[in-house]
Ligand binder design. Sequence first.
Ligand code: HEM
Length: 224
Amino acid sequence: MSVLSSSIARKVAMALSALFLIIFLIIHLAVNLTSLFSADAFNEASHFMGTNPLIQFAMQPVLIFGVVFHFVMGFVLELRNRGARNVKYAKFNGAASSTWASRNMIISGAVILAFIVLHFIDFWIPELNTKYVLGDMSGVLPGEEGYRYFEELQHKFANPLRVGAYVVAFVLLAIHLMHGFQSAFQSMGFNNKYTGFVKAFGKFYSIVIPLGFIIVALCHHFNH
Ligand code: HEM
């Protein structure tokens, strides 16, 4: 019998992958925020993250596994929940018994998944191509001086359609986190005198992190 065959084990595994991604988002936003203050700081940080062997060959595979696991498990849990509820509630008053965010995690999750696919096509796949297919680890464009990362970032956010799609995804990310953050702690059985604090911090995190990403995208769109 596999470890993930019980529904509690699946929920705990889902929560652990969520916490891992919550920490990843803080690091990701921190690196992105440097681009608002100093092109050099962003270039140095990006070059370090993109070429350090520990980050590239140990942390990055774990991150990709975490992202894929979270999405696959999310769909599995949703399908199982639907299967378990094949007898309809006699009277289901959704709005009164739960929030929109909690009932629609699969929808906000699917929009974030679509964003991740677009995001990988925008940034990640070209990076992998330059570094590992073309074999250029220098971070410098031929014939130019200085690292290329900041310029590439500004170039990507020149397109209003891309910025619009990103902002929509970040709003959905806020909604997803609004329920997901506290739900992850609940799934892990966290229930003590700090529960109120965790819920309040979850709301703060769910607004501040996506808002930070929105500010980064808009600043690069309007300031290039
Ligand atoms: C304005 C917002 C954002 C910008 C400018 C941005 C920019 C970037 C850049 C430049 C990379 C680097 C690729 C590389 O060097 O390998 C990257 C990777 C990535 N981003 Fe974002 N990102 C943003 C928002 C997000 C959000 C909200 C998420 C998740 C919901 C996300 C998930 C990822 C993932 C999973 C990777 C691959 C990590 C890796 O390189 O190992 N990003 N992003």
